[in-house]
Structure formats: structure tokens, C-alpha cells
Design a protein around this ligand. Structure first.
Ligand SMILES: Nc1ncnc2c1ncn2[C@@H]1O[C@H](COP(=O)(O)OP(=O)(O)OP(=O)(O)O)[C@@H](O)[C@H]1O
Length: 277
């Protein structure tokens, strides 16, 4: 009889979290940006980091991308421990993680297609100047990603001629050039109007579902977080104050947590201004 039993170690590997943050602290001088942060994210999960300005969302995302080193604690991403990895290992790991930003970070005077192609630079040797410096196969892939985000017709326009929502969709296509396993998004819709925000967030979710992507995304807006994420992680002054599946979290529940935070700290005005209140 064939032994089809799965060993306990295989089970552990199959369900091991893709991201594991353990007791991470980050100090910038005397300013503690992250304090004893624990976070575990499973493959395919869509996690929203929610919190006031300065609560540590960007700092945490930058740690997940290996751009910051924790003062204490450990971070493991895609089965690799970041703390202690060599620069070469970190570069290789970062090639498997896509990142998008509030300000899109496109090169304005370049065409949309060239901007998308720059997403493949980590896999190429040496700099590339102009479209024709990229192999045809990559140009075809880039056009495919532009089609996926609905912007094939804009491929040869200057990136800075596009609307904010379109530019963020170009940034998503650029991230897809890395064929990422994880997508990190740092307030991707903070600069966009509500309609473009909804489109961009829906697109990220669809692409994540298509590709089995794991997503960690910082947001300011409670409503959007509840509609969009599988799970909400709330940060305040660098500490995790909430970690709950969105299915178990009502708007009032989320607000109650922020009210408690506000009551403790007198941050009502800040909450109101940030749209959380
Ligand atoms: N490079 C840095 N040097 C010094 N302090 C920093 C640095 N990066 C972040 N900080 C500080 O760390 C804290 C957390 O900042 P962070 O940008 O992570 O917050 P955030 O929640 O992303 O805010 P926002 O929503 O405004 O982007 C803040 O006090 C910030 O001033």
C-alpha cells in the first residue's frame, strides 16, 4: 500500500505564513516608530493597515520590503528571515515583492510602457535606455499588463499626461512586471478622488484574486478598509491595537476602537480630519 500520509513538517510548510513579524521595534533616534509589533499574514490574504498619520503604517510596510532594518525583533517574508540577510539576498527577495505608493513614483516624461518595463529592471543586467533596450518578450508582457489594468491604449503616451487614477494603474502594471508573490501598497488611493479610488482598489483585489497575491495595504479610510480587506490591523503610535477579520468588524466596531483611542489621547480632531471619525 502506498504511504500517502503528509508529514507534519510538510503541513507546516504548506500553511506557513508568508509574512511573519515578531516583536518588531523600530527607533528613529529617540522616536519609537514601531513598538513590539506582531503580524502574521497567510498566502492570499488581503490585509489593511489602518491608523492615524504617524502611526507607523509606512514604516511597517518598508520593513516588509526590506527597506528598513528593525531595531529589535525579527521579520520573515516568503520563508526568508530579513534580519541578517545579505544585501544580495535582500535584493533577490525584493524582486518577489511589488510595491505601489501614494504618489505613484512614475517617471513623468517617459512613456507609460517604459514605466511599466522598469518593473523588470531587477531581473536585467545593466541600465536600459528606451523601449528598444528591453527584450521583445518583456515588451509583450508589459503590454499584457497594461491591457489588464485597462490602459493598453495609453502605452505610448507620457506618464505625466495621465490622470492620478490612471497613473496608479500604470504603477500596478509596473509592479506586475516583477511577477510578485506579495504586493505592498502604501496609501495607494490617498491622492485620488472617490471614484478613481474605488476603481483602483477594485482592480487590486481582482488582480490579487487572479494571481493568488498576498496584499498588505495601508489606508486612512475606515469604510474603504471594511469594504475591501479580509482583515484590518489597526496601528496607533507604532503599536497594533486591533487585528480582526473585516467580516467580524462592523463600522461601529472599528469606530468604537478609534473612539477609545481618541478618548485616551484627545485625538478627536485628528480623527475627524483624517476621515476616521
Ligand atoms: N526615516 C525616518 N526618520 C525619522 N523618523 C521617521 C522616519 N520614518 C518615519 N519616521 C517617524 O516614524 C513615525 C511613523 O511614521 P510613518 O510614516 O510610518 O507613519 P504613517 O502611519 O505611515 O503616517 P502617514 O499616514 O502620514 O503616512 C512618525 O513619527 C515618523 O515621523
Amino acid at each position: 500500500m502506498t504511504n500517502t500520509a503528509i508529514s507534519p513538517s510538510a503541513v507546516t510548510t504548506a500553511f506557513a505564513p508568508l509574512i511573519e513579524v515578531t516583536e518588531v521595534c523600530k527607533d528613529f533616534g529617540t522616536n519609537r516608530a514601531l513598538h513590539n509589533v506582531d503580524l502574521s499574514v497567510a498566502q492570499g490574504e488581503i490585509v489593511v493597515l489602518l491608523g492615524l498619520s504617524g502611526s507607523g503604517k509606512s514604516t511597517l510596510l518598508r520593513h516588509l520590503d526590506g527597506l528598513e532594518t528593525p531595531t529589535a525583533g525579527s521579520i520573515s517574508v516568503l520563508g526568508r528571515t530579513l534580519t541578517g540577510s545579505s544585501p544580495k539576498e535582500l535584493r533577490a527577495l525584493r524582486g518577489r515583492i511589488g510595491m505601489i505608493f501614494q504618489q505613484f513614483e512614475l517617471v513623468g516624461p517617459l512613456t507609460v510602457l517604459e514605466n511599466v518595463l522598469t518593473g523588470a529592471l531587477s531581473r536585467l543586467r545593466g541600465p536600459r535606455l528606451g523601449l528598444w533596450a528591453y527584450p521583445k518578450s518583456l515588451r509583450v508582457t508589459a503590454l499584457g499588463h497594461l491591457d489588464r489594468v485597462g490602459l493598453l491604449h495609453k502605452a505610448y503616451e507620457r506618464a505625466d499626461q495621465l490622470s492620478g487614477g490612471q497613473q496608479q494603474r500604470v504603477a500596478i502594471a509596473r509592479a506586475l512586471m516583477q511577477d510578485p508573490e506579495i504586493l505592498l501598497a502604501d496609501e495607494p488611493v490617498a491622492s485620488l478622488d472617490p471614484e478613481s479610488s474605488a476603481q483602483v482598489m477594485a482592480l487590486i483585489r481582482e488582480i490579487a484574486a487572479d494571481r493568488g497575491l498576498t496584499v498588505v495595504c495601508s489606508l486612512h479610510q475606515v469604510e474603504l478598509a471594511l469594504d475591501w480587506g479580509d482583515r484590518v490591523v489597526g496601528l496607533r503610535a507604532g503599536e497594533v491595537v486591533l487585528d480582526t477579520p473585516t467580516a467580524e468588524l462592523s463600522r461601529e466596531g472599528a469606530m468604537a476602537i478609534y473612539r477609545q483611542v481618541a478618548a485616551e489621547t484627545g485625538e478627536h480632531d485628528l480623527l475627524a480630519r483624517s476621515g476616521m471619525w
